[in-house]
Design a protein around this ligand. Structure first.
Ligand code: C5P
Length: 223
């Protein structure tokens, strides 16, 4: 099969990760969770790193390298040789990620790292700017959206499964604040690429979304 890149963008908690996993499994290609890259960098540099000056950030990013292994549901991302785990999954680290993701020096670093990974293999790439900035020539682009209460509910279920404490109202508030920051930043704001397929998932279940995305991809690539 020719190398393909499928991009999945959208706001927090919309289900991009589980859709990326499903699609990559069906297509037998790796998936790249770029939110995990921002979370892992924020986690490694630590609270307040978003206030560092550019030189200090640039120097710190020199010591960061990502590697993608495996394929389909067993795709895994490492930071400096260590597999990234669930320690980055809290809503607090999500906000840290959003804070570092505003910084042009961090975005430049990530864009280069993500493109380098995309040059090596086919990908399902999920994030905020995959279709709009990082992979403008992607084979198929999707933008998923859903009502904020529904997204809070999905994130709640996810956190509960990981035994992380969660409160629906706090989650809805934090997701709303994070989306607002992601939508309003100067560099690579959260928005659909012009040629993205828009999918509102508020009233459809995971299986229906997966079937819809997969048939759109198959239509585009044949098979
Ligand atoms: O998708 P996830 O919630 O893991 O992303 C965490 C944060 O990382 C987002 O709120 C966003 O600020 C940032 N991010 C980004 N660009 C991406 C992926 C994530 O700015 N491609």
């Amino acid at each position: 099969m020719e190398r393909i890149v499928v991009t999945l963008d959208g706001p927090a908690g919309v289900g991009k990760s589980s859709m990326a996993r499903e699609l990559s499994e069906a297509l037998a290609i790796p998936y790249l969770d770029t939110g995990a890259m921002f979370r892992a960098v924020a986690w490694k540099l630590g609270e307040g790193s978003w206030d560092w000056d550019e030189e200090r950030l640039r120097a710190a990013l020199k010591d960061v390298s990502f590697e993608l292994h495996g394929s389909g549901g067993s795709s895994g991302l490492s930071l400096n040789g260590a597999l990234i785990g669930d320690e980055i999954r809290s809503e607090r680290v999500g906000m840290w990620a959003s804070n570092v993701a505003r910084l042009p020096v961090v975005r430049e670093y990530m864009k280069a790292a993500q493109r380098a990974i995309g040059e090596r293999s086919s990908l399902v790439a999920e994030g905020r700017d995959m279709g709009s900035v990082v992979f403008p020539r992607a084979t198929v682009k999707f933008f998923l959206d859903a009502d904020v209460r529904e997204r809070a509910r999905r994130r709640y279920e996810q956190l509960r499964e990981m035994n992380e404490p969660a409160d629906m109202d706090d989650l809805a508030e934090s997701i709303r604040a994070r989306d607002e920051q992601d939508r309003n930043r100067a560099v690579a704001p959260l928005r659909p690429a012009e040629d993205a397929v828009l999918v509102d998932t508020t009233h459809i279940n995971k299986e229906q979304v997966a079937a819809l995305l997969l048939s759109a991809v198959r239509e585009r690539v044949g098979g």
